[in-house]
Write a protein that binds this ligand. Structure first.
Ligand SMILES: [Zn+2]
Ligand SMILES: [Zn+2]
Length: 331
């Protein structure tokens, strides 16, 4: 089968590799549409290393082409989406419902082959049929929406509350989209004017004054600050400026240290919460239902669509950080 192969950092080539056969409880999918994600970019840029050649990609919708022994709930020809993180299901954390942080977790396009290829294999337990009412564009954007929704639900914010989103990449923008749909007011911050414009169109308020963040958030009674930028500067801003009694929800993946004043966190009752991807199976089930009934339309963050042959170009654009969600359409 044809596959986009990462040969070394920033070097993608179209190649031919053996197609997958389904083991028991697995299915094979022919992708229709694939979303490019920050994870793909970190491998593409060489910030994370994989054994080369490697097939990237994990945000995928497509049609079932083969099912393995024992698969009963899914059949050939069905249109599906993959929930691309597979916790082991048996460790202490999995049994306690924290599979998102399972140390044995397998993730498509991270430690098992990705979907930027003609066919991809996935465990049937993590493959969801897609209702016809969901467009391909919306469907292929469900995975990052599940990440944002998980954080929003974890924060427990309610209609009428005001929250703040730091970082308007795809996860930040989808968090704004989900929050606004839930009747939550959002103040958005980003370095890039183009991202702020997208946030504004999704219903977020963009601060115009030179008022510093701490004063603004306090004046507006912000109850939760979502750190989606994944930079130490924004983590520090969140922890040092979050209003008394509020929550700081960390979603971004910053690998550099951030400093904060523990005394302030304790004295002012700031709750620091981490939110890692989504819980299986509750979050995907919920998000698919919300998109199917038209309550959310995550395709609102898609800015560019490329052909499979142009994957290299798509990854190059994605790595500038200037686009919204980029999709690959398979022929
Ligand atoms: Zn992703
Ligand atoms: Zn586990």
């Amino acid at each position: 089968m044809r596959a986009a192969l990462l040969l070394k950092p920033q070097k993608i080539t179209m190649g031919t590799i053996a197609g997958p056969l389904p083991s028991p409880d697995e299915v094979v999918i022919h992708p229709d549409r694939i979303g490019i994600c920050g994870t793909d970019i970190s491998f593409y840029l060489g910030h994370r290393i994989v054994p080369y050649p490697f097939v990237l990609g994990h945000e995928v919708i497509g049609r079932i082409t083969a099912v393995g022994e024992g698969v009963a709930n899914i059949s050939v020809g069905q249109r599906v989406i993959v929930e691309p993180n597979y916790p082991c299901g048996t460790c202490r954390l999995c049994l306690a419902g924290h599979g998102a942080v399972c140390a044995m977790k397998k993730s498509m396009g991270v430690n098992v082959p990705g979907c930027l290829s003609e066919f991809v294999v996935a465990p049937a337990e993590f493959v969801w049929p897609l209702p016809d009412s969901i467009s391909d564009q919306d469907a292929a954007t469900i995975e990052p929406l599940a990440v944002s929704m998980h954080a929003l639900l974890k924060s427990g914010v309610r209609p009428g509350d005001t929250v703040c989103v730091l970082g308007c990449g795809v996860v930040g923008l989808l968090l704004i989209h989900a929050a606004v749909a839930a009747g939550v007011r959002v103040i958005a911050h980003d370095r890039l004017a183009s991202k702020l414009e997208m946030a504004r169109r999704l219903g977020a308020e963009i601060p115009e004054t030179d008022e510093d963040a701490a004063t603004l958030w306090q004046r507006r009674e912000v109850v939760a600050v979502f750190e989606c930028a994944g930079a130490s500067a924004t983590v520090e801003l969140a922890l040092n400026a979050a209003p008394r009694g509020s929550q700081v929800i960390l979603l971004g993946l910053s690998s550099s240290p951030a400093s904060f004043l523990p005394m302030r966190i304790v004295r002012e009752g700031i709750n620091i919460v981490s939110s890692m991807i989504y819980d299986h199976p509750a979050d995907f089930k919920n998000v698919i239902k919300m998109v199917a009934k038209g309550a959310l339309s995550p395709a609102c963050v898609v800015t560019n669509t490329y052909s499979f042959e142009a994957v290299g170009e798509a990854l190059q654009l994605a790595s500038t950080g200037e686009a919204g969600k980029i999709h690959i359409r398979m022929a």
